[in-house]
Write a protein that binds this ligand. Sequence first.
Ligand code: PLP
Length: 380
Amino acid sequence: MTKLIPYGHQLIDDDDVKSVIKVLKSGWLTQGPTILKFEKKLASYVKSKYAVAVSSGTAALHLACLATRIVPGDEVIVPTLSFVATANCVLYCGAKPVLVDVYEDTLTINVEEAEKKVTKKTKAIIAVDFAGHPADWEKLKKLAQDHKLILIDDAAHALGSRCQSKMIGSIADLTCFSFHPVKTITTGEGGAVTTNNKKNYDRLITLRHHGITKNENVSKKYGGWFYEINELGYNYRMTDIQAALGISQLKKIDKFIKIRREIWQKYNKSFDEIRGLTLPIEKKGSFCAWHLYPVRFNQEVLGIDRKVIFEKLQTEGLGVQVHYIPIHMHDLYRKRFGYKAGDFPVAEQYYKEVLSLPLFPKMANAEINFVVKTLKDAIR
Ligand SMILES: *Cc1c(COP(=O)(O)O)cnc(C)c1O
């Protein structure tokens, strides 16, 4: 194979192209009717009352923090094993992300460790449904109730996942999704926040659009142009072009997830017998819309370094990746908060051993077989 098989890739078909062209010809490129339509369909899919579409998953996280009124002086508990945006959104609000380790099996936030980090300043917890595996939302809900904390779900990996038969997107106070091309569905760039709370919804809508509010009665009194700004907002709007793609992609999500799960099962079956590999498992009560297929390579058992395996696979045409460098190991976080190597042993050990294998709905059978064979050869 000459072309690199990436770890993730979008699947765009003719219907997607048609929906986008339709909007391009409609006259409404942004702030039109397609956004609301996408939001309604997304909310209905995740069984949440409201959805607010935004320009990225990172914007979704920032808005969720703002809607929660996270301000300087507050602390927010965040797992160290995630993409850095999960913690950066807390910094955007001038608050302090307090990092914690993850569980060995699901790689989601260790709730017992999180509880130890709760102080008077703690306002919220952001949990990540890592690789598509739901965090332990039952434990998180109890912890949040006991300490009056807001729960935010970074579900960038987990659109379509379920926890105890509840859809991700309907569980936390606010759930954030990303529609980057490697994620479950794509709008190019894009994201959304879902919530069951009307007050959160109203704030998200306002903050997405510069903090502008318009009250019909007040406008009648002062003039039709009149609007108010009471709070600093942003331009985090999604375009109607993106929303059209989102609607079209959402129609196919069940198919996408089915294929993702089939590939996951196929890999699990193929690598099951190999000593020294740890494969992603689905815990009882969870349904995973696998975003990643992370494999751990035990260096002692295999007698080969992860870096060497990475390079071998890349040379053979597998675009494997490492998800993620733990957040506390980035200079920004080390220098600002004094984190150091050894602080979070589970995440650090995982980081030393892991590679994500290609997993996306567009994968051909021949490509899946090629991944299996190439990996087996590389560690033989
Ligand atoms: C992709 C991702 C984000 C950010 O989403 P963007 O749409 O790229 O801004 C946040 N958190 C996690 C866990 C992600 O994987």
